[in-house]
Structures are given as C-alpha cells and as structure tokens.
Design a protein around this ligand. Structure first.
Ligand SMILES: Nc1nc2c(ncn2[C@@H]2O[C@H](COP(=O)(O)OP(=O)(O)OP(=O)(O)O)[C@@H](O)[C@H]2O)c(=O)[nH]1
Ligand SMILES: [Mg+2]
Length: 206
C-alpha cells in the first residue's frame, strides 16, 4: 500500500474515515484533484502532493474505522498500515495532523474507551507524540458545532491535555475545511516549522 512514497519531508494527515482529510488536503494544496465523498472509505491509498524543488509534501493517508463496503479486518489492517507508515518515515515527518470530526469525536472516543480498549484517535495521538512528531489535532466540521468551547475542552480532557483548550493552540486547531476556514491549523503548523528551523517552508502554510 505504501510502496510509492516519494523521498521527501512531509506533513501527514491521519484520522478516521470521513472526517474530511481529503477536503483539508484540497484546502492545503489548493488542488481539487483529491477525491472526497459522503461515504467513509473514499481514500484507499496514500495521496502525496509534493513540491519537488523544496523536497516537501503533504500526504493524505487512508482513513481507519468504519468504512462502507469494507470488512472490519480490512479496516483494522489500514490502521496497522498507518502506524507502520508513520514509524518507518518518522524522521521525515515534520508534523502529524490528526484530523477528527468535531461533532462526533468525543462520543466516539467515549464509546470505545474501556478496560481493554483505547480508541484509535487517542492511540494515534499518543503514538505520534511518543515518536516526537509535532502533532496538531485538526478538529474539523466545526461549522456543525454550537458549543465550541465545551466540545474542545472535552476533547482535551480525553487526550490527556489539561483544559481549557485555548492554552493548547499549537496542538488543538478548530477548523472547517469545507468552508475554507483552516487558519488555526496553518498557524499551528507555522509554529512547528519554525521550531524545527524550517522557516523556508512557511510559504506552504500561509
Ligand atoms: N460540514 C462539514 N462537512 C465537511 C467538512 N469537511 C469535509 N466535510 C464533508 O465530509 C465528508 C467526507 O470528506 P472527505 O474529505 O472525503 O473525508 P476523508 O477523511 O478524506 O474520508 P476517507 O477518504 O473516506 O477516509 C464529505 O461529504 C465532505 O464534504 C467541514 O468542514 N464541514
Ligand atoms: Mg479521503
């Protein structure tokens, strides 16, 4: 699944199916070639969008979790593949963007939390941080959320970040990719590029 990866530094988008990764990819690259859709499981292979001279790319990885027409074992396999991809390329990953659906993420996390179960979103968040990959949670579809502060504080709590969310602006970025409102994410990525002395890449997140 991951054999065609160009040798570049990258920002990767990871997250459940249907949270809006490909829509966000369009917004970040300014290109509409990324297929999006109402049903989960649209993206089945990594999409790399690269700028060869700068040796930089954005990568949209397939979503994990429920997908229409896909068996659960296959979906679990995708989650495993994503973990492998991130592990294998950690040195080249400038930032990891965990995309979640602001309207449903806390409920999904709570539904999958138990003595023997860690929800994929929480697991991936900690996994990226353990690999010391600067991580931003892009809380998408905020256009559908009324109680923004409450939702984002709850999400922080579930991720082990002490609320209020506003003290985590380099980590928690409420956005609406479909509406073209992604400024909090760009601003967080700018901070992470700058911290890694990669001001040369700021133009990709401006
Ligand atoms: N309301 C709202 N809908 C959105 C937003 N961003 C994306 N969507 C919709 O969510 C659906 C899924 O979007 P995709 O970008 O295909 O999601 P994905 O994460 O790439 O999904 P997979 O490829 O299946 O993993 C589409 O119907 C989008 O139009 C948003 O900010 N607000
Ligand atoms: Mg997609």
């Amino acid at each position: 699944m991951f054999e065609d990866r160009p040798d570049r530094q990258e920002v990767v988008l990871v997250g459940r199916s249907n949270v809006g990764k490909s829509t966000l990819m369009r917004e970040l690259t300014g290109h509409s070639k990324f297929t999006t859709g109402k049903k989960p499981g649209v993206t089945r292979k990594p999409n790399h969008y690269d700028w060869a001279p700068e040796s930089f790319m954005f990568t949209d990885l397939p979503g994990f979790g429920f997908m229409s027409g896909v068996e659960e074992s296959r979906s679990e396999q995708i989650a495993t593949d994503i973990v492998r991809y991130v592990e294998a390329n950690a040195d080249d990953i400038l930032a990891g963007v965990l995309v979640v659906d602001g309207k449903s993420v806390v409920d999904i996390i709570d539904r999958h939390s138990g003595p023997d179960e860690i929800p994929h979103d929480v697991e991936l968040f900690h996994f990226l941080r353990e690999l010391e990959i600067p991580t931003v949670v892009a809380v998408n579809k905020m256009d559908k959320v009324d109680d923004e502060d409450e939702r984002l504080d709850d999400l922080c709590d579930r991720l082990g970040l002490l609320p209020p969310w506003r003290q985590w602006q380099d980590t928690i970025a409420p956005i609406s990719a479909k509406r073209g409102n992604v400024e909090p994410l760009l601003s967080a990525l700018k901070t992470h590029f700058h911290d890694q002395k990669r001001d040369d890449l700021l133009k990709f997140v401006s």
